[in-house]
Design a protein around this ligand. Structure first.
Ligand SMILES: C[S@@+](CC[C@H](N)C(=O)[O-])C[C@H]1O[C@@H](n2cnc3c(N)ncnc32)[C@H](O)[C@@H]1O
Length: 402
C-alpha cells in the first residue's frame, strides 16, 4: 500500500468515491478516518476528490503503536533526512490518528524534535497542535506540503503504525472561491457544495466493473457529463474543471441562463483543461438529449426546502412530487441510453427522529430497468450526505441501466 488518505466528515462517502474510481480491492480502511490505497501517489489526482481531507505517501510501517517508541524512531530518523532538504527554515507538523496520546504530549515531542533538528544546524519551526491532528487549514497556512514543509501523518493500524508524509490537503480556499464568487447563485435551488458535486461525479464516473477489478482512474478526456437538473451549474463546473465536457439541462429558463453565466465565468477565471459546455432548457421527464454523453451526475429536484420538521401532509406531498418526477425521468433516460450506462443521483432523504425517510422509487429501481450499485466499503445508508440540523439530506444513489 503506497498512499494514505485521511477521509472527510463522512468517511464512508469518501470510501465509496475511491472505490468507484479505483476498485474496492485497492482500499484498506485503517481505523475510522484513514484508508490505505494501493495506487502510486503520482497516479492520484487528489484535487478531483471531494470526500478527502489529506493525501500522503506512506514512508514506513512500524511494529509499535506506543507514542514513546514512535518518538524515539522519529528522533533517530529525522536527522538522516535533513541533508536531502533544500536550505532554509523547515516547518514541521505532526498529525496523529487513533494513537493514545494527547495534543499536549505531541507538542512536547515536537519540541524534542526541534532540539534534535537544531543540533544539525538547521532552523525549524514546529506547528503547534491544538488537537491531535492538524486540520487542513493549518497545513495549508503553514505550507507543510511545500518543499521546506513536512507534515508527518501517524496512523495506528492495530498493533502497528503507519508513518506517512502529506503531499496535499483539501484546498479549502479554492472550494470557497468556486462556491462564493460565482456570478449566479440561487438560495431557492439550494447550494450544492463543490466537494459534494465532485463526489457525485466520481461516483458516476467509476467504471461499471465489479469492485476488485484493476480499474485505472477514468480518463475525462473527450467524455461528457450530463446533468439534467443543472440548476446553477455546480456539477457542470466541477466536471469541467476535471476535464469533462459539460452538458446540462433544466426546466427553468432562468437556471439555464445562470448556468451559462457561471460556466463562462469559470472559463475566464480558472486554469483548467480544455472543456466545452452546452446548456439547454428541458423537462427531464420528457426531454430528448441530442448531444452525446457518457454518464449522468446530478443533484435532482429536492422538493420543498424544509428548514424545520415538516408537517406530515407537507412531507407526503413533496415526497410524492419528487418521486413522480424522478420515476418519469428514469424512464425517459432509459430509452435514451444503453445497457451498462451509469449514473449517480443526489436524491432527497428527509431526516426524522428515527433515521431518514427515503424516496419510494428506491424500492422499485429494478422494475424501472436499473440495478443499484453496491459498494464493498459503504452501505446504502452510509451514503446520505447530511449535516447536523438539516432536514433534507442528499442520498447518493449510483445506478446502472440493465
Ligand atoms: C436542487 S436543484 C439542482 C441544483 C444544482 N445541482 C446546482 O448546482 O445548482 C434542482 C433543479 O431542478 C430543476 N427542475 C425541477 N424539476 C425539473 C424537471 N422536471 N426537469 C428539469 N429540471 C427540473 C429546478 O429548476 C432546479 O434548478
Amino acid at each position: 500500500m503506497q498512499s494514505l488518505i485521511i477521509l472527510g466528515r463522512q468517511p464512508k462517502i469518501g470510501l465509496a468515491e475511491l472505490e468507484s474510481l479505483y476498485g474496492g480491492s485497492k482500499l484498506r480502511l485503517v481505523g475510522e478516518q484513514a484508508t490505505l490505497l494501493d495506487i502510486e501517489p503520482s497516479q492520484i489526482e487528489f484535487n478531483r476528490l471531494g470526500g478527502m481531507v489529506k493525501f500522503a505517501k506512506v514512508l514506513t510501517v512500524l511494529d509499535t503503536a506506543s507514542w514513546k517508541e514512535l518518538e524515539s524512531y522519529l528522533a533517530k530518523t529525522i536527522p538522516k533526512h535533513l541533508d536531502h532538504l533544500p536550505d532554509g527554515k523547515l516547518r514541521l507538523g505532526l498529525s496523529v490518528y487513533d494513537i493514545e496520546v494527547s495534543a499536549n504530549e505531541i507538542n512536547k515531542t515536537g519540541l524534542r524534535l526541534k532540539k534534535i533538528v537544531q543540533k544539525s544546524e538547521r532552523s525549524v519551526r514546529i506547528v503547534p497542535n491544538n488537537e491531535k491532528a492538524l486540520n487542513a487549514a493549518s497545513v495549508l497556512h503553514n505550507k507543510l506540503t511545500s518543499q521546506l514543509g513536512w507534515e508527518l501523518v501517524v496512523v495506528k493500524d492495530e498493533k502497528q503504525t503507519i508513518l506517512a508524509q502529506s503531499i496535499a490537503v483539501q484546498d479549502i480556499e479554492a472550494y470557497t472561491l468556486r462556491d462564493r464568487s460565482r456570478p449566479k447563485r440561487d438560495m431557492k435551488v439550494g447550494m450544492l457544495p463543490p466537494k459534494l458535486a465532485q463526489i457525485i461525479i466520481n461516483l458516476a464516473a467509476g467504471e461499471a466493473e465489479p469492485a476488485g477489478k484493476n480499474c485505472a482512474e477514468p480518463q475525462s478526456k473527450n467524455k461528457a457529463v450530463l446533468d439534467p437538473f443543472c440548476g446553477t451549474g455546480v456539477i457542470l463546473q466541477e466536471a469541467a474543471l476535471m476535464g469533462y465536457n459539460a452538458y446540462g439541462s433544466d426546466i427553468e429558463p432562468r437556471m439555464v441562463e445562470h448556468t451559462k453565466a457561471n460556466m463562462d465565468w469559470l472559463g475566464e477565471t480558472f486554469s483548467h483543461p480544455p472543456f466545452s459546455y452546452l446548456v439547454e432548457e428541458g423537462d427531464a421527464i420528457k426531454h430528448q438529449w441530442d448531444k452525446s454523453f457518457d454518464f449522468v451526475a446530478s443533484e435532482v429536484y429536492l422538493g420543498r426546502a424544509f428548514s424545520t420538521t415538516p408537517k406530515v401532509e407537507d412531507l407526503k406531498q413533496t415526497l410524492s412530487d419528487v418521486n413522480t418526477i424522478i420515476k418519469k425521468f428514469l424512464k425517459n433516460l432509459s430509452v435514451q441510453t444503453k445497457s451498462g450506462f451509469r449514473l449517480t443521483l443526489g436524491l432527497p432523504a428527509w431526516k426524522n427522529s428515527g433515521g431518514f425517510t427515503h424516496l419510494p422509487i428506491l424500492a422499485s429501481l429494478e422494475e424501472l430497468g436499473y440495478n443499484r450499485v453496491s459498494f464493498v466499503h459503504a452501505s446504502g445508508d452510509d451514503l446520505i450526505y447530511h449535516r447536523e440540523g438539516q432536514i433534507v439530506g442528499r442520498e447518493l444513489v449510483t445506478l446502472i441501466r440493465k
